[in-house]
Design a protein around this ligand. Structure first.
Ligand code: PNS
Length: 176
């Protein structure tokens, strides 16, 4: 039977891990690696949101994600600019993956999952608890440290560290 068959029993399980990924951190990568084991295919989908002012362009974010996931054959990197549920249908994906770091994430995530359920009952959101090692970690924290030329090697993969260095040239305030 074709993996794209409409027969749910035999369906190829496709999950989408959506986010801003500005830039990808070890926390995201931990979720990607674990989610990739649970589904036949995992699409990491970067939101192309014209109303936000990201540090990295969508193409730069996609390239970094592709670089740090190149050893994961069932992971694909893509971007979307539509409602997530519509994008999911266009990719024949059934499951949204989101990471939860702490109770502070919970309310926002519940609101998003409930909204997506209201928009499309056929799409399920699955939460994975972030590795406690990365429970404080966010792209914003990484950018904040990198802006002051602080050390980020424990927070992001080397390719991301290099890309951050390219964005924030060392200043006189360098404390390393
Ligand atoms: O990494 P982020 O910024 O927390 O990710 C948020 C994201 C991209 C998952 C969310 O903003 C999203 O899905 N946006 C697409 C628009 C949409 O479908 N909104 C309705 C659900 S709230």
């Amino acid at each position: 039977m074709s993996p794209r068959s409409n027969n749910l029993e035999h369906e190829h399980r496709i999950a989408v891990y959506p986010g801003s990924f500005d830039p990808v951190t070890f926390g995201h990568l931990d979720i990607i690696r674990r989610a990739a084991k649970q589904f036949d295919q995992l699409i990491v989908a970067v939101l192309n949101n014209t109303s936000k002012r990201p540090l990295f362009s969508v193409d730069e974010r996609k390239k970094l994600l592709a670089d740090v996931t190149r050893d994961l054959p069932n992971v694909e990197i893509d971007s979307f600019r539509d409602l997530l549920v519509r994008y999911m249908r266009s990719r024949q994906a059934q499951v949204i993956v989101r990471g939860i770091r702490s109770v502070t994430d919970f309310e926002y995530e519940l609101q998003m999952a409930s909204t997506n359920r209201q928009l499309d009952e056929g799409i399920e959101t699955v939460f994975m608890m972030t590795n406690p090692k990365y429970s404080y970690l966010s792209s914003s924290i990484v950018k904040e440290i990198a802006k002051f030329n602080g050390p980020v090697q424990d927070l992001v993969p080397p390719a991301v560290e290099a890309a951050l260095q390219g964005k924030y040239k060392p200043s006189l305030g360098d404390f390393n």
